[in-house]
Design a protein around this ligand. Sequence first.
Ligand code: GLA
Length: 391
Amino acid sequence: MTATLQTSAADTFRKAFRKSHTAAAYAPGRVEILGNHTDYNEGFVLSAAIDSGTYCLAARNGSGTCRLVAGNSMDQASFAADKPLPTPNHPWANYVIGVFAGLLPRAKATDGFDGLIVGDVPLGAGLSSSAALEISAGLALAQLYGLQPSALELARIGQRAEHEYVGVKCGLLDQISSIFGQPDHLVMTDFRSLDVTPVPLGKDAAFLMCRTHARHALVDGEYNARRKHCEEAAQHFAKVLAHPVLALRDVSWAEWEQHQGGMDPIAARRAAHPIGENERVLQGRECLAHGDLIAFGKLMYASHDSSRTYFENSCRELDAVVDAARGIPLILGARLSGGGFGGSAVALVHPRDVDPASRALQQGYARRISGPPCDIRPLRASAGARVLTIT
Ligand code: GLA
């Protein structure tokens, strides 16, 4: 995210609303490195904030109406400050309206605001442009209305906006990664305690982001269906295991193997994925602590296999990236990142191999998929969301 984008956003704000903004914030997208669909199962994830994100610029307008402009398309939306309801015509605006509604009970005044949203996280790429939008809006609006939600409250407000205004029953991974990202560190989150720990990446690890053009659309219900199966599976294990099971986090792989036969086969397959992923994240953290990138890469491949086989949230294009990666010795591991069903994969390489590995992966992908090429670029684990000083 460049300073230029921030400056041009200030100009666009002035042109759109004929005044200057008085509050601004930035929030990045995220990449999930290990731990797929574990967040809402109260498990573990290693993720990172990325170096693309969203700016939200805002100023109060003293009227009863909130006006929003999406700087990338110049689409405009508005809603009543005292009735922040979802709008069917401007899906992007619903994230902001939901965040405003989440903050509003704390606001003393209910006058409206003018807001501009502009960013460079590609949409539908599985890099969580939605969390970048929610968190940048949440931080800017909190500043505008003199509110001080804690980081976790802000994450929950973003999540609630997605549940209630967009219809995706997401976990907290995207919001937490966007808020807690640190340069050159992964974010290790325990989604039961919500403890967040930075994990140094070390000088030997670099990631490639591989964006397929398979459209990623969580709203289509597949995500919610997976979540429902996981919850059903947790209920089954709570009945058959002697210890308490509040979520799939409480079930080990050995217990899954022993007891999966007695349940609906689809729910059993779905449950295998977060259960295996939890164990892989804990192993992955150890591998990073010992600088064992080869073992970490193997866990990434195993994660993708589990997505493909058990969770069925991969697709032809994501499989093509990972299959191509397996044939390239410079690549240590690769897997789909985020919700799945399209979007992006992430690959692990040594920094010195970024260019040759990217080229080889691009060619390997093109040999498998005749369509738009896969966009591959190095990924920098980056700083998390922040309020911006107005100059
Ligand atoms: C999406 C959701 C997250 C998480 C991932 C899968 O990004 O928004 O909460 O469940 O999918 O790990």
